[in-house]
Write a protein that binds this ligand. Structure first.
Ligand SMILES: NC(=O)c1ccc[n+]([C@@H]2O[C@H](COP(=O)([O-])OP(=O)(O)OC[C@H]3O[C@@H](n4cnc5c(N)ncnc54)[C@H](OP(=O)(O)O)[C@@H]3O)[C@@H](O)[C@H]2O)c1
Length: 235
């Protein structure tokens, strides 16, 4: 029996090969959930393979590159009929933080928008129907995507892509999100490949806080922009 056919609570974590996504997989397994975790390339994540090898009957691996719409469609097809308690789109990329927007190439900007905003929303749109009416749909955003908070210097294109993600989640919430708990999650500044070694938070602290925030808001309809302590942030 695979994770998807069990009656445990089931989470689909998209972008789970390393960093925060991998941390979310560990956290939900530790909380007794079944987890479907995706990587971009089959067998591409030694850490996920190790988790699977540690007797992870509750862990199922799948594959999707969220910049490739046909791969998202294929994932949706494979998971048709699977009821999810949580859909969490964690996958994202950053660019060179120091580049002013005038120096960002069109190709890099489009790549950021497609990976950080369009791709996650395609996952939400095409797989969100599998989430229980009282389940949770979450995307990993950033404080840098807030237009209500003063931005620090840098990360201009990255921040714009996360602002786009936030806006698109708001549109989704108005049109299609009724009933479910919808979250745009800011994980804090976390020590990962993306966050770097100077970040103050470790992955375990961030993902435990995120899972607590999701649990605290489970069954409460509506969209919220929250950080890993469950504090609301200005859009
Ligand atoms: N770390 C921070 O301080 C911080 C702060 C705010 C927001 N965030 C957000 O948190 C999320 C996770 O960040 P992280 O720090 O864990 O970054 P990370 O260590 O760089 O990991 C990024 C993850 O996203 C996956 N990914 C990237 N492009 C993808 C694509 N096209 N399709 C599928 N998966 C893709 C990566 O897969 P591969 O291994 O295949 O590349 C990897 O699993 C991101 O959305 C990021 O923007 C992070």
């Amino acid at each position: 029996m695979n994770a998807a056919s069990k009656r445990d609570r089931v989470a689909l974590i998209v972008g789970a090969s390393r960093g925060l996504g991998l941390g979310l997989v560990r956290e939900y397994l530790a909380r007794g959930w079944s987890v479907i975790a995706t990587e971009r390339v089959a067998g591409g994540s030694p850490a996920l393979a190790e988790l699977r090898g540690q007797g992870g009957a509750r862990l199922t691996l799948d594959v999707v590159d969220i910049a490739q719409p046909e791969q998202i469609r294929a994932l949706a097809g494979r998971l048709a009929g699977v009821t999810l308690d949580l859909l969490f789109v964690n996958a994202g990329i950053a660019d060179d933080a120091s580049k002013p927007i005038g120096e960002v190439t069109t190709e890099d900007f489009v790549n950021l928008l497609c990976t950080n905003a369009l791709g996650p929303m395609r996952v939400v749109e095409w797989l969100g129907g599998g989430v229980k009416p009282d389940g949770t749909i979450a995307v990993m955003t950033s404080g840098l995507g807030s237009v209500g908070m003063d931005p620090p210097a840098g990360y201009e294109a990255y921040g714009a892509s996360k602002a786009a993600l936030n806006r698109l989640m708001r549109g989704y919430a108005v049109r299609a999100g009724a009933g479910r708990s919808l979250l745009a999650v800011m994980p804090g500044w976390v020590r990962t490949d993306m966050g770097g070694s100077a970040a103050p938070l470790d992955v375990d602290t961030s993902v435990a806080g995120i899972a607590d925030a999701i649990a605290a808001r489970a069954g409460q309809p509506g969209l919220h922009f929250v950080d890993y302590t469950n504090a609301e942030l200005p859009w």
